[in-house]
Design a protein around this ligand. Structure first.
Ligand SMILES: NC(=O)c1ccc[n+]([C@@H]2O[C@H](COP(=O)([O-])OP(=O)(O)OC[C@H]3O[C@@H](n4cnc5c(N)ncnc54)[C@H](O)[C@@H]3O)[C@@H](O)[C@H]2O)c1
Length: 432
């Protein structure tokens, strides 16, 4: 089939690569010149290692276009544009609507929406597109940043929402030979599967973070609690990592979007409101922990390891690390940040200092906060790290429970994990 993929973010590029690997004739339509130039040179405009290799390997077999009108007529127009939050939490659908409007003068095609949209969107847009001879499919994308290629070429499930069986079949035909389970449903059902999946995962994260508070009070270790919980086949182990909470371009906006939608139809989702509240509280709890251990933060030097919202990506959208930096600055601290991949200041408060390595970030620091669990922080030698820091027992706040507590305590650090037994996190030499 001829496939035009609109939007060259992680979802668009992953969809384009998967379609090209499936033997289709693919064009990527991206309005931003900088993104197209980057792609034309064989690079991605964002950090996604495996996907970049796959993109390079395709060479110039995927066409690049600035608008749908410049692209050859397509059987499928795959819409992968952004759907950011508006100030009231609802989804800004203007990019998706813009592409749907561009379809008006084009030969008949199926408009396939991979962007995450609230339930009800497709029913409305489908009517508009049918009037100009186009079909509509809701085809949510479930990939995780940092593993976009893997998730895209081996999806956990292929969900297609449409009103007519031939549309389901045409979208499934994007994936010849893929053995992933297929689900043919109606449009609102497909839309709700996507936002409900993100809401559920966010709920698990906030749930384990609430349990971490209980663990701290009673001297339990949340890591072991999570392991024991996950061994129950009814629960399973994923998304039960206590820490700073969730961030990124999907979970926060999709949970907000669903709660805003439910408010608009007069049935507030109280559970999701609590999920959001717990998540907003996590950076505050962490900074409060620093104040408990250090007293005032005025003129204290605090290093933050990791800025991306999670490892494997350079995405800082709604990163909890950014919120920690803001709170520390508000309390008068001097903040030094390091990230192995993020190096542009965009998205961070202007008054942070950037360090060019994990160890240099620690020079004279009173505390370090691990905010993103990049593997390289696990391999830092605690003795070398502690020697660079200020004081006998410098504070190490492990916001992702990623460091080896025993080694850091042995090196003399005042190690503080999230939801870990305070009895075992006392620094050596401070009588227990
Ligand atoms: N990033 C993820 O991990 C992920 C996972 C699943 C679903 N989603 C959803 O997929 C959608 C896309 O996410 P993303 O992170 O890939 O997006 P992104 O914001 O990084 O990229 C979207 C791109 O679309 C381009 N664009 C917008 N309108 C255009 C038009 N009319 N013509 C050509 N280009 C246009 C923009 O310039 C931008 O480069 C969102 O709705 C998101 O919620 C994202």
């Amino acid at each position: 089939m001829r496939v035009a993929v609109v939007g060259a973010g992680p979802v668009g590029v992953a969809s384009a690569v998967t379609a090209a690997l499936g033997g289709h004739d693919v064009a990527v339509v991206e309005q931003r010149d900088d993104r197209r130039s980057c792609l034309a040179e064989g690079h991605l405009p964002f950090h996604e290692e495996a996907l970049e290799h796959a993109w390079k390997a395709l060479g110039s077999s995927v066409a690049l276009r600035a608008s749908l009108r410049d692209a050859e007529s397509a059987d499928l127009v795959v819409c992968c544009v952004g759907t950011p939050s508006l100030s009231d939490g609802s989804s800004d659908l203007s990019q998706v609507e813009g592409v749907a409007t561009e379809m008006a003068g084009l030969p008949p095609a199926v408009f396939v929406v991979r962007s995450t949209v609230p339930p009800g969107t497709g029913t409305r847009l489908g009517v508009q597109l049918a009037a100009t001879g186009h079909g509509y499919a809701a085809h949510p994308e479930f990939l995780q940043e940092g593993r976009a290629l893997q998730d895209s070429v081996h999806p956990s499930r292929i969900v297609v929402g449409a009103d007519e069986p031939w549309i389901h079949q045409r979208v499934f035909a994007l994936y010849p030979g893929l053995s992933s389970p297929r689900l043919a449903v109606d449009i609102p059902t497909a839309e709700l599967i996507k936002v409900a999946a993100n809401a559920h995962l966010a709920m698990r994260i906030s749930f384990i973070n609430e349990m971490a508070v209980v663990a701290e009070h009673f001297g339990a270790d949340i890591e072991v609690v999570a392991k024991g919980l996950g061994m129950d086949p009814r629960i399973g182990p994923s998304f039960l990592r206590a820490g700073l909470g969730y961030g990124g371009s999907c979970f926060p906006k999709d949970v907000r979007g669903l709660t805003a939608l439910s408010r608009a139809v007069g049935s507030e989702l109280r559970l999701l409101r609590a999920v959001i509240e717990v998540n907003l509280q996590q950076p505050v709890r962490l900074v409060d922990r620093l104040m408990t251990r250090l007293g005032s933060l005025r003129d204290r030097r605090v290093a933050i390891w990791g800025v991306a919202f999670k490892p494997g990506t350079d995405d800082v959208r709604e990163s909890q690390a950014v919120r920690v930096a803001e709170l520390l600055l508000e309390r008068g601290a001097r903040v030094v940040v390091h990230d192995p991949v993020v190096c542009a200041p965009g998205g961070l408060p202007p008054h942070v200092t950037w360090a060019d390595g994990a160890i240099p970030a620690l020079n004279g620091a009173d505390a370090v906060v691990l905010a993103t669990e990049w593997p390289e922080y696990r391999t830092v030698d605690p003795v070398t790290a502690v020697a660079r820091m200020n004081g006998m027992h410098p504070l190490v706040v492990d916001g992702r429970n990623a460091l080896c507590e025993r080694e850091w305590v042995r090196a003399g650090a005042d190690y503080q994990g999230m939801g870990r037994s305070q009895a075992t996190t006392q620094p050596l030499g401070v009588g227990v």
